[in-house]
Design a binder for this molecule. Structure first.
Ligand SMILES: C[S@@+](CC[C@H](N)C(=O)[O-])C[C@H]1O[C@@H](n2cnc3c(N)ncnc32)[C@H](O)[C@@H]1O
Length: 235
């Protein structure tokens, strides 16, 4: 592997929440299960991407295994990739407890993971891309192209914001407080950290980055708050 140039963004340094800390990892999984149904959302992702028993999927930024652990029960192979060794180990232990043997755990990142297996049918990237500044988001998406079969699919979920308007601050404040009600005060703090310290961008920038990277956007779904899902195909 070629050494990265000195000017490349260092994706190993935690941005926002420190997912190298096991206490944060456990808290993340506990809090997220208060407002997310991992099994249901994984089924939904598999349906949108047309995945089945023969599919090979890369789950990049797999975290605690919200998608990987469910998808492994339905797909051929899941590559669970994460920059945090702590996250990967937490997910690996859960997979072992569940007797899942078709997850390949890879310590790597959006800018550094080298996929050496068969090309994938799909890439799933849920709540991860905002860890990179915009310049590097497109670099990551272009790297995705090299890991996918022709016509391969991408499901990208992230927090993205519409254009800044007079009431944007109030909307963000409301969104942060809502996490306190849905989950915990700690989750509201995580949302605040997200807005303040992480690199969520505008929807129109994200869409430009996706298209200019070589993906077609088949569907863009703007959920409650700023949660957005893009279902894409490698052109
Ligand atoms: C907010 S969590 C999302 C985890 C999971 N996808 C989910 O749906 O719950 C973000 C994950 O991305 C990982 N991550 C952060 N930067 C990354 C990078 N540059 N490459 C790969 N993973 C990264 C973190 O370690 C963490 O596991």
């Amino acid at each position: 592997m070629k050494p990265a140039p000195k000017w490349q963004y260092d994706e190993r340094k935690p941005c926002g929440v420190d997912f190298t800390d096991i206490e944060e990892v456990v808290a993340y999984d506990t809090m997220h299960q208060k407002f997310r149904d991992y099994a249901r959302s994984s089924e939904e992702i598999m349906r949108r991407l047309g995945l089945g028993s023969g599919s090979i999927v890369i789950d990049i930024g797999s975290g605690t295994g919200a998608f990987a652990l469910h998808a492994a029960k339905k797909c051929r192979t899941i590559y669970a990739v994460d920059i945090s060794a702590t996250m990967l180990e937490y997910c690996r232990q859960n997979a072992e407890r569940q007797g899942l043997s078709n997850i390949v755990f890879c310590h790597g990142g959006l800018l550094t993971y080298e996929h050496v297996g068969e090309l994938a049918d799909a890439i799933v990237c849920v709540a991860v891309l905002h860890h990179l500044p915009d310049l590097w988001k497109q670099v990551a998406l272009k790297r995705f192209l090299t890991m996918l079969k022709p016509g391969g699919r991408l499901l990208l979920f992230d927090i993205v914001f519409p254009s800044w308007e007079e009431n944007s601050g109030a909307k963000i404040e409301y969104w942060i407080q809502a996490f306190g009600v849905m989950a915990t005060a700690r989750m509201a703090q995580e949302a605040l950290t997200h807005v303040r310290d992480e690199f969520s961008t505008y929807d129109w920038i994200m869409e430009g980055i996706i298209r200019r990277s070589g993906f077609r956007i088949d569907a863009a779904e703007y959920g409650d708050g700023f949660q957005t899902t893009y279902v894409c195909t490698r052109e």
